[in-house]
Ligand binder design. Structure first.
Ligand SMILES: [Zn+2]
Length: 487
């Protein structure tokens, strides 16, 4: 364990050298080989009577890997080349530690109680970082290197006044829009020169100069007490964007639903017949690749265009994995039915875009916690090139009066993830770059479902306590099944 932790902090230093752990280690105040890097996650699950229940948890950055990661990533003969494994497989009850469960009635009626929970949380993290905890005579430390969750959680926990909820909704308005992003001033309409968030994929977007320019809050979040950067620069960087919500549940859905509708125009039939044709193709692809799709048929209603082919497509599925599968199928479909069959740049850009983003996302899932910078540069460029194509598709569709490829704030958040990956790897070309997937939330989506289910089965007056108790009992029965003695 100590070798792995030393390796982690040595690598992390290459791109995050201003983390406070390094100055403390240099002063002999912390032993990095005994310091566990963790992430803090929050999300609302569905509790009793479908009312939300906020679940917060902590999990380790390093784990047993991910189902797509190459088995040969490790180098047993040379541990210095081991990229370390992501924490994305295994029973989530066993690799997450629940912090609290709070029914919405509690934090909606008295928002200060939510702040109080976060304050307690941050103070615990401070204590675990500065003092550590002694277990069996050995002192362990914990460093929380990020807070993650969906955009509503980040806004609530970070007290952000610039967020997705403040995107411009019309060409001009009396009150300028306040900006969509807590890291930069993108979409803030009273800014000169302007920094549009729709400038997807650019390596030098106008908003780049506004990163860290203005604090995104009036009152700091209690979570900002968590030790992070020793120099105090951009404390809001504690709150990380999540590839799962921004791609699988965001741009991945808007892209594939628009791109399929564009390419359907090549199928010379009615909407229903065209969808039947591509459904057959989709089923054959799934059979060839042993995929079990959540939705068996591709229909106009699933793509939200049942009213008219002129409607905005709305991806009507809620499973992130279905977005992955559709994009994989669509790449294959384009290679057979689009490329070489049309000269329409719209269709050809869809084909190029899906190949680029699949290579980028699949590539990230095949890496570990760290990516050799030379490969990270390539993955980041593919992601950025895809975003550029998406913006070009949106513009071309706008010119042709087609409602396709909406420019949503999640595209800007993806832009941050890919640009960060590029800048980190270029600044450290012979070293390692942190994989953005450590901040992705799909495992946490699974975990949140477990205490939420319990919350639906306990007395509503004691939900917070009973959920914690029952989660701990469930963990205990997983760790020590019947017949196996407690240690
Ligand atoms: Zn931004």
């Amino acid at each position: 364990m100590q070798k792995v932790l030393t390796l982690f902090w040595d690598r992390y230093k290459q791109t995050h050298g201003n983390h406070e752990i390094y100055s403390r280690a240099a002063s002999g105040l912390i032993d990095m080989s005994m310091c566990l890097p963790v992430l803090y996650h929050g999300d609302e699950g569905r509790g009793l009577k479908k009312k939300q229940v906020m679940i917060a948890s902590t999990h380790g950055v390093i784990g047993a890997g991910c189902s797509h990661q190459n088995n040969d990533l490790g180098h047993p003969s040379d541990p210095s080349k081991d990229p370390l494994r992501l924490n994305m497989i295994g029973n989530t009850l066993l690799n997450h530690f629940i912090q609290f469960a709070a029914p919405i009635g509690l934090y909606n009626k008295s928002p200060e109680s939510f702040d109080r929970l976060l304050d307690l949380q941050a103070k615990e993290f401070r204590k675990l970082f500065y003092e550590g905890a002694e277990i069996n005579g050995r002192r362990f430390f914990i460093a929380c290197i990020g807070v993650k969750g969906d955009a509503p959680f980040l806004v609530k926990a970070g007290k952000f006044e610039r967020s997705f909820a403040h995107k411009p909704t019309r060409p001009s308005s009396k009150k300028p829009a306040g900006g969509v992003c807590h890291l930069c001033c993108a979409g803030k309409e009273d800014l000169h020169p302007p920094a549009p968030y729709e400038d997807y994929g650019s390596v030098r977007p106008a908003w780049r100069n506004t990163v860290g320019l203005l604090r995104p809050y009036s009152q700091p979040s209690p979570l900002l007490q968590i030790p992070l950067n020793g120099d105090g620069f951009m404390p809001e960087k504690l709150f990380q964007y999540d590839l799962f919500h921004n791609w699988h549940m965001g741009v991945g859905k808007t892209f594939i639903s628009s791109a399929v509708c564009i390419c359907l125009e090549l199928v010379d039939e009615t909407i229903e017949c065209a969808f039947e044709t591509i459904t057959e193709d989709f089923k054959a692809y799934c059979a060839r690749n042993r995929e079990s799709p959540y939705h068996k048929s591709l229909t106009a209603s699933l793509f939200g265009i049942q009213g008219s082919f002129q409607s905005w497509p709305e991806a009507g599925w809620s499973k992130g994995d279905f977005t992955r599968l559709l994009n994989s199928w669509f790449e294959d479909y384009c290679s057979r039915k689009v490329v070489g069959h049309t000269r329409d740049p719209l269709c050809l850009k869809c084909a190029e875009g899906v190949a680029l983003i699949n290579a980028c996302i699949h590539g990230l899932y095949h890496e570990g916690v760290f990516i050799p910078s030379e490969r990270a540069v390539d993955l980041a460029r593919k992601g950025l090139r895809f975003l550029r194509l998406y913006a070009e598709l949106a513009l071309e569709c706008f010119k042709r009066s087609k409602k396709r490829f909406p420019l949503i704030p999640k595209g800007h958040f993806l832009h941050h993830s890919f640009l960060d990956l590029l800048e980190q790897s270029l600044s450290n070309p012979d070293g390692w770059t942190v994989n953005v997937l450590i901040y992705a939330c799909q495992s946490q989506e699974d975990f949140v479902g477990r205490p939420s289910r319990i919350a639906r089965r306990v007395n509503p007056r004691t939900t917070s306590l009973r959920v914690l108790q029952r989660v701990f009992l469930a963990v205990r029965s997983k760790l020590w099944p019947k017949g196996k003695d407690d240690p």
